[in-house]
Design a protein around this ligand. Structure first.
Ligand code: ADP
Ligand code: MG
Length: 782
């Protein structure tokens, strides 16, 4: 039977567990329970041998030799963009040796890690860790591992969760659930400690290596209800290590009277006349400092000693030998501890709880071993409420294993080992009471809650709160919005999250209203769109947008609706951003209405393509569609800039053939139609020059038609007057009828005479009209 397991995919450490009769944390192939989340690409000694990925303890060891090709804390980069200020901070931090850059094949948003000169995404690196875990479990269990519950920080946003899913998919693991880490810890705690008929509110305080996570849950009768969550994705043991390393360097500088210790260390390769000296020192510093920190959790003092790795300007050895007392250490980390207390209070405030409403505080994560952390929580909640998990670094994986067992279709009967299904009440072989067993030992249900506030942006960037943080999931809500202009053909819906008061875009959705356009059409839609947001228990958001029409016309309804999953797009997101910019710039440039009409049609065509660029099932990018959409946007911008517009020219010719086709020869009609078809093809597929050439050629042949163009102008004047001065419009329409009657009688001169008189005023009117400007509306309002 293929196994399902729980995986704590941590920033610093990863752990796998499985639930059989009891929950067991599984040993990796090196015999450890904890696998460092460290990945290196190890070059082979033989020339031409392919380098090999090494994960875990061995990779961590290898870091001293090759820090540039060794990756730690990749979780901090998951689902992040290169431009992120936090990512930029990591890049500028000199202690990090591996290289992060913009992904050459991705959008501006994507990021790559360089290993031996090759680009890898954080998802790919993370998948190497999952792969090792899976392989090790398969080896020790002697069975395939197919399913897993993978834990993620409660504070992960949708992009980060999505990246985690991708990492799992890359190793072929099927994700049963992405479970928030604190919830997993609460499951592991609750199952042993909270009686069935108890209802308890537990605050989980997970202070690990890279992240700090808080969650408040109510546990009752096997149900885990998430009440509220918070934390900081950039706070953990790694930061403590850095502060401690800074302290050690400062003390060393004092002792040896080194003025600029950073520059001194930067310069070590040259001073020691040995390449890699500086990196080796920094790696050793990190290891020693972490050791000292861990020692300080149990002892009153610790030493950091690094001998023989630094030399001064004269080539003399500089040995690091610094003593730190627990008191000094606590002063050093006091600001960080204050921050964890403040964030804990913030979570309580957010759900209108006070500390006395919390029954238990559960401390998990390696950094919650620090006595000062325990003390701070005891001061906030009272000593008797604070529980340090017996296995603070394993609790999360245990909870994940329990849920994984619960979610598997089948499991082994705890009494006789027969494969039984989740719906079985008794074992068919030994009659064992499976239902009672599940209630006694398991988790029956988890009610997840929204990790953030979800907003949609309205006109003028006003925000509308769609789903409030902590709303129980899954959740569906529909809201109707008005279009800024009932006639608008484009609808741009922009969704954002707020995470600790900072806005994050989680995706855009564009809807094009593609019904056939006729110049004199009355607007069909009353200008409303119904948007439905559906968030599942993994916080994955699906949006449905449906245009509401007045005329219950089923056909238009189905044309103007779409559903998609947000936070997936990478390639499409980039295109939408470009399109948005083109439209915004054109609206500001105040182009004339013909140019804007053309731009609108080009935008609609681009939106049609962009919405198909990513295959929703496989999430692959259709490269040829991507190129075409990109070309369309580029062309739209150039054509507008150059005052070139083909759509109005096409409408004009269609209307001309419709009304006055009988006045021109069959051959001419055919020629116009042919050129029109070619122009449409170039609008869709041609490059800028081909498109402009087709347009000019088409315009020339329309102009060659001569007199009918004058009739078109007169009619246009009539149409314009219909809006402003209907009485006068008749004068123009009558003139056309008279002309046609005389023309058909063969009285050509007289017919021309009729026109000549009104031409100047017609020209004046149409010229004025052509200069009017317009804008493209795409926003919605509540
Ligand atoms: P993560 O879940 O982020 O991977 P863990 O919960 O595994 O992190 O915790 C790892 C962090 O805990 C590391 O920074 C490690 O140095 C720190 N840590 C582990 N044990 C102790 C201890 N006894 N005292 C202080 N810090 C510790
Ligand atoms: Mg953790």
């Amino acid at each position: 039977m293929a196994k399902s397991i729980g995986i704590d995919l941590g920033t610093t450490n990863s752990v796998a567990a499985i639930k059989k009769i009891t929950t067991e944390v599984l040993k990796n192939s090196e015999g450890g329970l904890i696998t460092p989340s460290c990945v290196t690409l190890k070059k082979k000694k033989f020339p031409f041998a392919k380098p090999e990925f090494v994960v875990g303890r061995n990779a961590l060891e290898w870091m001293k030799q090759d820090p540039i090709n060794t990756i730690v804390a990749v979780k901090r980069l998951m689902g992040r963009s290169y431009r992120d200020t936090d990512v930029q901070k990591i890049i500028q931090d000199k202690r990090l040796r591996y290289l992060i850059q913009r992904h050459s094949k991705g959008t501006e948003n994507s990021l790559a890690i360089l290993l031996a000169g090759k680009e890898y995404t954080p998802d790919e690196i993370s998948s190497k860790i999952l792969e090792k875990i899976r392989r090790d479990v398969e080896k020790s269990e002697g069975d395939d591992v197919e399913y897993a519950v993978i834990t993620v920080p409660a504070y992960f946003n949708d992009k980060q969760k999505h990246a985690t899913r991708t990492a799992a998919a890359l190793t072929g693991l099927k994700v049963q659930r992405l479970l928030p880490e604190p919830t997993a810890a609460a499951i592991s705690f609750g199952v042993g400690n909270i009686k069935d008929d108890d209802a308890k509110t537990v605050l989980v305080f997970d202070f690990g290596g890279g992240t700090f996570d808080i969650s408040v849950l109510t546990i009752s009768g096997g149900q885990f209800i998430e009440q509220g969550k918070g934390g900081d994705m950039w706070l953990g043991g790694e930061d403590i290590d850095q502060d401690l390393a800074d302290y050690v360097l400062k003390e060393t500088a004092k002792e040896y009277e080194i003025e600029d210790i950073s520059a001194f260390i930067e310069n070590q390769d040259a001073l020691a006349k040995k390449q890699g000296q500086r990196n080796q020192f920094l790696a050793e510093l990190k290891t020693q400092v972490e050791k000292a920190k861990i020692r300080l959790s149990a002892e009153n003092e610790a030493f950091v000693e690094i001998l023989g790795l630094l030399v001064d300007n004269d080539g003399d050895r500089i040995d690091v030998d610094v003593e730190i007392s627990r008191k000094q250490f606590e002063t050093l980390i006091a600001p960080m501890i204050a921050k964890t207390v403040e964030l804990t209070r913030r979570v309580l405030d957010g759900i209108h709880f006070t500390p006395d409403l919390i029954d238990n505080v559960l401390l998990v994560g390696g950094s919650s071993n620090i006595p000062a952390v325990v003390k701070a929580m005891q001061e906030l909640f009272g000593a008797n409420k604070v529980h340090q998990h017996e296995r603070p670094m394993l609790a999360v994986s245990e909870g994940a294993a329990i849920l994984s067992h619960r979610l598997a279709d089948t499991y082994e009967c705890p009494k006789c080992g027969l494969e039984v299904s989740q719906s079985d009440i008794n074992c068919s072989n030994c009659e064992f009471d499976l239902d009672k067993y599940k209630i006694d030992t398991g988790v029956l249900d988890i009610v997840h809650s929204a990790a953030h506030d979800y907003f949609i942006c309205l006109e003028n960037n006003e925000k509308f709160l769609f789903v409030e943080k902590n709303t129980p999931l899954p959740f569906t809500k529909s809201e109707t919005f008005r279009l800024v202009n009932p006639e608008q053909r484009l609808i741009h819906m922009k969704f954002i999250n707020t995470v600790n008061e900072v806005e994050e875009s989680i995706g855009d959705l564009w809807l094009g209203i593609d019904s056939e356009y006729e110049e004199d059409d009355e607007p069909k839609a009353p200008g409303q769109v119904e948007i439905t947001l559906n968030i599942d228990e993994n916080n994955i958001i699906e949006v449905n947008a449906q245009l509401k029409t007045d005329t219950d016309n089923a056909e238009t309804q189905s044309e103007s609706q779409m559903t998609r999953t947000l936070s997936r797009g990478k390639a499409d997101e980039k295109l939408f951003l470009e399109l948005e910019k083109v439209i915004t710039d054109a609206n500001e440039a105040k182009y004339n209405k013909y140019v804007m009409l053309d731009l609108l049609y080009r935008s609609l065509a681009a939106v049609r393509d962009i919405n198909m660029v990513i295959d929703p099932a496989k999430e692959t990018v259709d490269e040829s569609l991507y190129k075409r959409a990109s070309l369309k946007i580029d062309k739209a911008q150039k054509m507008a800039d150059q005052d070139e517009s083909s759509m109005p020219a096409i409408f004009y010719a269609e209307s001309l053939l419709d009304s006055f086709g009988s006045l021109i020869s069959h051959k001419e009609r055919k020629k116009i139609r042919k050129k029109m078809a070619y122009l449409k093809d170039m609008d869709e597929n041609g490059n800028y020059q081909e498109n402009v050439d087709a347009l000019n050629d088409f315009r020339d042949s329309v102009n060659e038609l001569g007199g009918v163009n004058t009739l078109m102008q007169v009619r246009k004047a009539g149409d314009i007057c219909m809006q402003t001065d209907p009485g006068k419009a008749n004068k123009y329409y009558r003139c056309i009828d008279d002309f046609i009657a005389l023309f058909k009688k063969g009285e050509v001169d007289q017919a021309s005479e009729k026109l000549r008189d009104i031409i100047p005023e017609v020209q004046e009117l149409t010229m004025q009209f052509a200069q009017e400007t317009s804008v493209i509306h795409k926003d919605i309002v509540k």
